[in-house]
Design a protein around this ligand. Structure first.
Ligand SMILES: *Cc1c(COP(=O)(O)O)cnc(C)c1O
Length: 385
């Protein structure tokens, strides 16, 4: 209630993005909305119901804890898939609640079979194949093992999906590697198929792969960054746009998130004085400084010291001095009528101006993904209809 800043989620923006993604994927590929990293910082609890209102009914998270948060926030019919960490207790809970999970080693698969028998409900698993990322997944030598396993336990372990993940589909620099992964997946899938292992679905695509490699879309696509209104990389954006008709070459994505605070205090500083801690900013003129109660503890990186920008009264005001733990200072000299309580936009639009996550990320040397997921969970998320 008394938070010093708020993260706003735009429902019209999300609706547009979901429409774009569905059009791109086509009718035969279902959308799985990826909500790991607290929905890329947007907040699972607020974002997931909003996505449901926009027609999404399948979600993927990294771990069982996120799945628990998600289940509490969404309709019971929505599909929930854990792509990463889940321990034995988590597996038991998942089986009880119909939550699906990736398996990438025999131990987890066998635990799933044992617990499915104990619980008396099927374990719904997605078998991940190692195709070249060299992170998680069964490799080619384990295909016989998988065949034997599903022969023995196919009654209690339901093979919902066969999947893999690409090691960098957002960059053409990885083209050879990604194409190798696509081929390896097809080959391994065919071997399993010939051995009688029949997954209900195949899925491999993330946002970048879905755009740049249409053959990766298959039955489901696991889409994260696009739904929030960001391109995985500038290359992916260009790849999409050049494929469009001339008159459609507009950016179809809308940013869902904005971040706003209010001016806490205003101060005049004389020429020759330093602003804030240390000697990082020397006033070269007499100045007006506005103090905004957002600092690095709120996710506004300290590396934005003397670098960041904040929108105040329709002006792009530079951050001056060191970003503190709980506050930052901006130069409001050119905004003479600035007042305590004025809206300060950290990310998003004000009037005709916008501060993009991308510009932020440039200054602080972080990826969009990193900056977003570092937004603290305790900043309130509020939906804008
Ligand atoms: C994060 C992730 C995705 C989604 O990636 P985006 O680039 O955000 O679309 C898909 N699959 C897996 C396994 C992931 O970890």
């Amino acid at each position: 209630m008394f938070a010093t800043s708020t993260l706003y989620l735009s429902k019209p923006a999300l609706r547009e993005n979901v429409r774009f993604i569905r059009d791109m994927l086509g009718e035969t590929t279902a959308l799985v909305s990826v909500l790991k990293g607290n929905a890329y910082g947007h907040g699972i609890t607020r974002f997931a119901p909003l996505a449901e209102e926009c027609g999404v009914n399948a979600f993927a998270v990294f771990d069982a804890q996120e799945a628990l948060t998600l289940q509490a926030a969404t309709k019971s019919e929505s599909r929930v898939i854990v792509m990463g960490m889940i321990d034995d207790a988590g597996i038991e809970w998942a089986i009880e609640h119909g939550v699906e999970f990736f398996v990438f080693d025999p131990t987890r698969l066998e635990t799933a079979a044992r617990l499915a028998r104990e619980v008396g409900k099927p374990a719904r698993v997605h078998v991940e194949l190692e195709t070249g990322m060299n992170r998680t997944g069964f490799d080619e030598k384990q295909l016989d093992y998988l065949r034997d396993f599903f022969e023995r336990f196919g009654d209690v372990v339901s093979l919902e999906g066969l999947c893999t993940h690409y090691a960098g589909a957002e960059s053409v620099a990885n083209h050879v590697r990604v194409v190798g992964q696509i081929d390896r997946f097809a080959k391994m899938k065919n071997i399993l198929h010939a051995e009688g292992v029949r997954p209900k679905t195949c899925h491999t695509a993330c946002s970048a792969a879905a755009i740049s490699y249409p053959q990766t879309r298959m039955d489901l696509a696991r889409i994260g960054i696009l739904q929030y209104g960001f391109w995985p990389s500038p290359e992916t954006k260009i790849h999409h746009l050049v494929d469009q008709e001339e008159h459609e070459r507009e950016d179809p994505l809308r940013r869902v998130l904005s971040w706003r605070s209010r001016v806490m205090s205003i101060k005049r500083v004389k020429v020759g004085e330093f602003v804030g801690y240390g000697s990082h900013y020397l006033a070269q003129k007499s100045m007006t400084i506005a103090i905004v109660p957002v600092g690095y503890s709120h996710g506004f990186s300290r590396s934005l010291t003397n670098q960041g920008r904040v929108l105040l009264r329709g002006v792009r005001a530079p951050v001056v001095g060191v970003v503190n733990m709980n506050a930052l200072t901006i130069d409001a000299t050119e905004i003479p009528d600035a007042q305590i309580g004025d809206e300060a936009v950290l990310i998003g639009k004000q009037g005709d101006l916008e501060i993009s996550v991308h510009s932020f990320a440039e200054f602080s040397d972080q990826l969009n993904y990193e900056l977003l997921t570092r937004l603290p969970t305790n900043i309130p998320r509020v939906v804008e209809e």
